[in-house]
Write a protein that binds this ligand. Structure first.
Ligand code: ZN
Length: 76
């Protein structure tokens, strides 16, 4: 009866050790993170700051601006 109890404890310990090892094998979620596509950078015609083209405000004259205020002030 004593050996059965020892065997049971060893079996439970082995199960815990195996489940911990399985968790460690799973790669961290950051490794699966998708990288964003590179984006074109434009320069603000007023202050010269560089910003992604998707964030820029573009005038009819094809000048890009960082903000509405600089768009109103126009190219420097
Ligand atoms: Zn600007």
């Amino acid at each position: 009866m004593k050996y059965l109890l020892v065997a049971l404890v060893l079996l439970i310990a082995l199960q815990i050790w195996r489940s911990n090892r399985r968790k460690a094998a799973v790669p961290p979620p950051s490794a699966k993170r998708q990288l964003r596509e590179p984006e074109d950078m434009v320069t603000c015609a007023h202050c010269g700051v560089h910003l992604p083209s998707s964030d820029a405000l573009v005038n009819a004259d094809q000048h890009s601006y960082c903000s509405r205020e600089h768009q109103n002030l126009g190219p420097k």
